[in-house]
Design a protein around this ligand. Structure first.
Ligand code: NAD
Length: 463
């Protein structure tokens, strides 16, 4: 483990730990109301910091640029189904508590709805709608036969015993069992949920689905390997971030070998991105999560840090680095900065102080539109989330294929198939950028919308 240098500003205390989960503390915005005629037509919320309005506005920029027909814009600007359930669960002390759960099915023009389940005390319908919308765009871009969905439970999974969580997860599954299915809507893990939760969902669903139904476990991905999971799924999103960087960095003039990077959030996406990037020769300099920030100019060993986080619950008190505060974290000079925590964390404020050449979005929607404009004005390239973090859903698709064909793939096959999808998606984004002379996010949406437009053109609209 590298010795911790006197971190350049180690005198300041780490910033107060923020709560783990959906970020609404600073509202994620700058008070500017993004305008588009469709927002009034469809009655969008007029809160300028509303995540759903922000997310859809990026898509509409692309849709306008490519002259997407009006009917496709309105279809894609709203989810098909918004399901909310309230369900009672018995706690360990014998009392009952009522929980709220969500499943939003955004679009299924390309295949079954697909997307994770977030377990967090501050999950809101508009967050879930945004994330479901992003899944439609991501699945289209990365070339898997899925639409987009997302769900969640308003619960803090860290405040419940294992037994309580099992009852909550199983009761939620029962509440939505008739609205999901291996050929209709296939959930997966997201922030706060893990492979054990997925196993309970698959098991509960198998009891509630038709007797003799085929492969009930294919109703969900991100399962443990012992119960239908795929090798390589756990690291898949981080692997996809690294595959994207490998494709996109050369034309920005950065060599992965020797490049310096920082990571915001050291959970599944952040820690795997860091470990794989380090194994490719890059150097991790700074990390921040809900427990604080750490810095080591000489390099932080990502593998040792991952082991520390799995024991300690966060990066704080890691012996191989000094402590820094939030501003120092963002100001740390790196080549690549990977936000891999939550939505709306890179606002104008953070965008003005980040000291990097490239932002690789590991998290969904981490950059607000105002933050993005600042990054653009400073010449910082943003690799958009629907490209960068598409590795997770791609390997989820492989897991589903393995379940459906009763076959298990080797890790080499998973990694190389994933790499093919990521390379193709990156190429589509680069081509769209060249054709429309736009930023990478708009280019990624254009590439995603082109596939959806082609599918709608062939399918038509019922009736
Ligand atoms: P996770 O729960 O494993 O990790 C979340 C991380 O965010 C933790 O390290 C936590 O400490 C950190 N965090 C929370 N609040 C913070 C704060 N206020 N300041 C700094 N750090 C904070 O979640 P994950 O699965 O790694 O997902 C992270 C993001 O990536 C989410 O946006 C998720 O939707 C997205 N994503 C995940 C996957 C996947 O396969 N897991 C796939 C695609 C996208």
């Amino acid at each position: 483990m590298p010795s911790a240098p006197a971190a350049k500003n180690a005198k300041k205390p780490a910033s107060k730990p923020a709560s783990k989960g959906t970020q609404h503390a600073h509202g994620g915005g700058n008070g500017e109301l993004l305008k588009h005629p469709l927002f009034d037509e469809l009655g969008f919320p007029s809160d300028p910091n509303n995540l759903y309005r922000q997310t859809v506005s990026s898509m509409l920029t692309a849709a306008d640029m490519m002259n997407l027909p009006h009917h496709l814009k309105i279809i894609l600007a709203q989810p098909k189904n918004e399901i909310m359930v309230n369900f009672p669960v018995k706690m360990d002390d014998g009392e009952y508590r009522l929980f709220k759960g969500y499943r939003v099915q955004h679009n299924n023009a390309l295949g079954p709805y697909k997307g994770g389940l977030r377990f967090h005390h501050d999950v809101h319908l508009d967050d879930v709608k945004s994330l479901a919308f992003l899944m439609t765009m991501k699945c289209s871009l990365v070339g898997v036969p899925y639409g987009g969905g997302k769900g969640g439970i308003k619960v803090d999974p860290y405040k419940h015993s294992k037994g309580e969580m099992e009852r909550i997860v199983r009761r939620f599954t029962a509440a939505i069992a008739h609205q999901i299915g291996p050929d209709y809507d296939i959930p997966a893990p997201d922030v706060g949920s893990n492979s054990q939760h997925m196993a309970w969902i698959a098991d509960t669903y198998s009891f509630l689905s038709e007797v003799g139904g085929r492969q009930p476990e294919a109703v969900i991905t991100g399962k443990p390997i012992e119960y239908g999971g795929s090798v390589g799924r756990e690291k898949a999103t981080g692997q996809g971030v690294v595959d994207t960087l490998t494709e996109m960095l050369p034309e920005i003039g950065i060599d992965i070998k020797g490049c310096k990077f920082s990571v915001l959030g050291f959970g599944n996406v952040g820690s795997w991105t860091a470990r794989i990037l380090q194994d490719r020769g890059a150097k991790l300099i700074a990390v921040m999560d809900h427990t604080g920030g750490i810095l080591n100019d000489g390099g932080i060993d990502a593998h040792s840090l991952a082991a520390h986080v799995s024991k300690a619950g966060g990066v704080a008190n890691f012996k191989g680095a000094g402590r820094i505060d939030k501003e120092e974290f963002y100001e740390t000079k790196v080549d690549v900065f990977v936000p891999a925590a939550l939505e709306q964390m890179i606002t104008e404020v953070e965008a003005k102080i980040v000291n990097c050449k490239v932002v690789a979005e590991g998290a969904n929607a981490p950059t607000t539109p105002a933050g993005e404009r600042v990054l653009e004005s400073r010449g910082i390239e943003v690799l958009p989330a629907i490209l960068c973090n598409a590795g997770g859903v791609t390997v989820s698709y492989f897991e589903w294929v393995q379940n459906k064909t009763c076959h298990q793939w080797e890790l080499d096959r998973v990694d190389s198939e994933l790499n093919k999808h990521m390379i193709l998606a990156a190429k589509k984004v680069r081509d769209a950028r060249k054709k429309y002379k736009c930023g990478l996010r708009t280019a990624a949406y254009i590439a995603a919308l082109e596939r959806l437009q082609a599918a709608y053109a062939i399918r038509g609209l019922f009736p």
